[in-house]
Ligand binder design. Sequence first.
Ligand code: F6R
Length: 618
Amino acid sequence: MCGITGYIGYRDAYPIVINGLKRLEYRGYDSSGIMMYDGKAMNLSKTKGKVADLEFIVNNEEKRKAGKIGLGHTRWATHGVPNDTNSHPHFSEHGDLAIVHNGIIENYDTLKKELTRRGYTFKSDTDTEVLINLIQEVKKNNKCKLGKAVQIALTNVVGAYAIAVFDITKPNELVIAKLGSPIAIGVGKENSEFFVASDASPFIEYTKNAIYLEDEELAIVKVGKDIEVRKIMDDSMVDTNIQTLKMSLEQIEKGGYDHFMLKEIHEQPKAIIDTYRGRMLPDQGIIKMSGVDDHLAKFLNADRIIIIACGTSWHAGLVAEYLFEDMARIPVEVEYASEFRYRNPIVTSKDVVIAISQSGETADTLAAIKLAKSKGAFVFGVCNVVGSSIARETHAGSYTHAGPEIGVASTKAFTTQITVLSLIALKLAKEKGTLSTSAFQNYLRTLAHIPSQIEQLLKIDDTVKEIAAAYKDAKNCLYLGRGFNFPVALEGALKLKEISYIHAEGYPAAEMKHGPIALIDENMPIFVIATNKGHYEKVVSNIQEIKSRSGKIIAVVTEGDTQVKEIADHVIEIPETLEALTPLLTTIPFQLLSYHIAVMLNKNVDQPRNLAKSVTVE
Ligand code: F6R
């Protein structure tokens, strides 16, 4: 995690670096720092807290802002608690070199002991300070330039990194390297300036030309000179692949909303259309997805599909289990990537593995993909971030096209993942003949209607606010759902936990009687999904069981429901749709509810404590 950014060129670097850090804060926000080189000295400003706290410090002293070269970092602590000293950038002991780093140096302790033996002392508890001193030591011993020193040092490192390094004795260049953590280099006109960042958002208004380094690549950027990219391990030169970015500035700004999360909740109708546009062709009665079409036989002949993911993406995977099994009759297993990668799973070349990840950078999912590939499985990615590590590591895939998701709590990523997975399930069902043509056509027509139904649903904001006000002080909440909506119950509970810090559990409704029912009393709000299809009567019985134990019932029902309305304390109506598509609607009220509760409790909605958007550590 952590966000890194940097600039070298003809503009004042400070505004670029500080604004870049604000855009990267989703990656970590427990401390931050900036190094500005003013032509003579490297001026360092660091603090525990948010980028706004750093800005406050820097604003008090003009000198801290001067210079055309800068490096910045926003941190999600791994080695060393969040404090001023452990914040990046870090300098080498001699004070010539500065580094910002995203990742973990796993063998830092061994390296530190060796460097200590050679007389180095350390100010911080970080692995990053060890790395910059290792680079200094290599540079001194080999009497080489910075690029070479970084390269040699990295061959001795075990772990993950995206780094940018500056050397005061060569102030015309930056050295950038990557293994496991993402890094993009923005390229200015005729190489007159360069930007470095964990993703392209910090430099999108300056250049649309970017290079995404691959693992084990190192780049040397010098103002006015061609970029040099090399393989770290064998020193071979790599052709620079400059891509044209499609991202726009509006996509990464709040656009009038108070929080990114609210903006992203409201973006879902458009995001879902973007997801199925050009793929779902109801007039022709087909679904076109090149990633699937090109490997159709793999899917159709698969013994089973194994879905690997983490967090919200894992919940989307659970929805997919219901979709694939119900529609396409293919056996599915859904695995937490973090468990899968370490439990010696049985995977064969007859398995298709689907890896789901918004960021495309989640370390556990990435490792699980590598494991599945090593066992011969065909691995298909469902990612949002174009060009991300997971998108590149998988054999094929489909992007969700949700646009940048910046709020740490995932919203539009979830619904667009479900959309992509629904399309794949429908496509396979059609190919296998497990769904009749008329049922298939009906799904396409109904799915095409979902975005306008979400628009309609988003208007219930006032009802949701009333419910939020009534239950915002609850200490514990239960979320219940069945079938396709069991994963939505899990996701509803996760959303509440993440941003309001209220303890919440999701359960299959019928499991309640096997334990959670003991928790129910008059103080316990229970959110139940009771849509008119999918075991409605059975869920109504569960609601009765809650009622007779005095629990507070907040039910999500289908428009026109009368039965649940009579029993529940509150109801939220969703428009009528096909049962398999209900998760795309039932999840919306839960997103809004968590959002409003967190706002009412004065929590930091977009940057909840201890979390980060992109979990690039195990
Ligand atoms: C929850 C959330 C996390 C992520 C999880 C996986 O709102 O954002 O649980 O879903 O860290 O992240 P990706 O999808 O980027 O692999």
